[in-house]
Write a protein that binds this ligand. Structure first.
Ligand code: ARG
Length: 305
């Protein structure tokens, strides 16, 4: 009986990973492309392969394709570091606790009484993602806190919101050594151990600065940056495109912030690094084909290393 249910579970949960493989193969003209990328991604130290940012909404709405894509990368020996947010889940949990959500300068104002709610919500979400990856046959380590040391930005104005000041990689190294994908939430602590809330973009920025990864990947619902007609932009070269994009009136609001954030990340990375914006179910195609699926942003000319 117990054996049966284990077998069933394996059969059922392996399916999304298989479909990720089938989907990938269907986009390839031949095996050369995938082999080329696989070699390239395998050559870098695996802790420097990729930092993947996942928003809370993607975990909510696309948990299965997300965990299948991450488990698939493991089966081919690639070990990205995942940082997740939890915006919608935090709004809901804080609302339930009677704590109003206020944002200032794009940051979540965090009164001390919000901290226990934030800790519990992000830890739950973190464990949910880790469990989903394991259900797909992947190995993942839950690291909700202990990585980001932070300083309070402005306690009077923002409450317990921190800006990362130091990255502690011990837990990340330990997970990587054990062959597990490190799954990080954005709970930080000050040098004297006070827990603080860290904005997910700030956490990604600090981690990217520390690790200097080959790829930074944003997994979003839309899965691309969109042009003025709403069509996905396949590639952006900051050297030639950034000024014109920022000068055009259709690049506004969220898109403008995203462009600024990506430029900030790439300015801090070697020219060979790139940023991809894609969807969980398109991640393998984005990574292993020339054409990709989503938006690829580079700082300079295409450099073949
Ligand atoms: N597979 C390559 C990479 O991940 C190229 C991706 C191209 N993607 C695109 N949206 N144009 O770096």
């Amino acid at each position: 009986m117990a054996n049966d249910s284990t077998a069933n579970e394996r059969g059922r949960t392996g399916a999304p990973v298989r479909s990720a493989i089938v989907q990938l193969l269907s986009h390839m003209r031949d095996g050369k492309e995938i082999r080329e990328y696989l070699n390239r991604f395998s050559q870098v130290d695996q802790e420097r392969f990729a930092v993947v940012k996942v928003g809370g909404a993607v975990i909510e709405e696309q948990l299965e394709p997300l965990s299948a894509a991450l488990a698939f990368l493991q089966t081919v020996g690639l070990a990205p570091i995942v940082v997740h947010g939890g915006g919608p889940q935090l709004d809901a949990a804080l609302g339930e606790a009677g704590i109003e959500t206020v944002r200032k300068k794009g940051l979540r104002v965090t009164p001390p009484e919000a901290i226990p709610v934030i800790r519990e919500t992000l830890t739950d979400l973190n464990v949910r993602l880790v469990q989903a990856i394991r259900d797909q046959g992947g190995r993942a380590a839950s690291i909700p806190s202990g990585v980001f040391e932070a300083e309070l930005i402005d306690e009077a104005e923002l409450g317990r919101v921190g800006e990362p000041s130091r990255i502690r990689l011990d837990l990340v190294h330990a997970a990587a050594k054990a062959g597990q994908a490190p799954i990080l939430a954005c709970l930080g602590d000050t040098s004297d151990g006070t827990m603080v809330n860290i904005n997910a973009d700030a956490a990604v920025r600090a981690l990217v600065h520390e690790l200097q990864p080959y790829k930074v990947i944003f997994l979003t619902g839309t899965g691309a940056l969109l042009d003025e007609t709403g069509a996905p932009i396949s590639a952006i070269n900051l050297t030639t495109d950034y000024d014109a994009l920022m000068a055009s009136d259709w690049v506004s609001g969220g898109m403008r912030l995203k462009m600024e954030e990506i430029k900030r990340l790439l300015d801090d990375l070697p020219l060979s690094s790139s940023v991809s914006i894609t969807r969980p179910d398109a991640l393998t195609k984005e990574l292993f084909t020339h054409a990709g699926a989503g938006t690829l942003v580079r700082r300079g000319e295409n450099i073949l290393e």
